[in-house]
Design a protein around this ligand. Structure first.
Ligand code: SF4
Ligand code: SF4
Length: 144
């Protein structure tokens, strides 16, 4: 994983705090259609990893499951590692960057354990574009 000041050719900010998996506990991460299809194509059952759109304001969302480390994302191992990181939802790779839907402001999520560290970083314009584009995609794909 890389720090935000070393993003190379990729658009993503990736968390480098390997001892932390706080954001994968009780996750509310939404899935774009691309995310959903990519994970299904990898052989995972959508009924197991995703909440139905009908029950979730028209959004597909990662499902949480009980575990010895707490209520966790379906894809988090009991050792706190993401088991699908290369194909994980785009929002997971951009987190803790989020967009405040009320103000359209790009910001660091209050729930991130290392939010103070992230708030001191300078973000590449491509990262801002990526999170904004992701939110727009989710809203366009939201089912009524
Ligand atoms: S898909 Fe991976 S990175 Fe995303 S919430 Fe689940 S375990 Fe965490
Ligand atoms: S809560 Fe923050 S510091 Fe912890 S894994 Fe998630 S992004 Fe990284």
């Amino acid at each position: 994983m890389r720090r935000p000041d070393d993003i190379g050719d990729e658009n993503w900010v990736r968390c480098g705090f390997r001892d932390c998996y706080k954001c994968c506990l009780e996750t509310e991460m939404l899935l774009t259609l691309d995310d959903y299809d990519r994970i299904v194509d990898a052989g995972y059952d959508p009924n197991e990893f995703s909440l139905p759109r009908d029950d979730n304001d028209g959004f597909a969302q990662l499902r949480n499951v009980d575990s010895p480390i707490g209520l966790k994302c379906y894809f988090l191992s009991d050792k706190g590692k993401c088991t699908i990181y290369p194909i994980a939802p785009a929002g997971c790779k951009l987190y803790p960057l989020i967009v405040n839907l009320d103000t359209s402001e790009t910001m660091i999520d209050e729930d991130c354990r290392e939010k103070e560290w992230f708030r001191k970083q300078e973000y590449h314009q491509s990262q801002i574009i990526s999170i904004t584009s992701l939110v727009n995609t989710l809203l366009i794909e939201q089912e009524d």
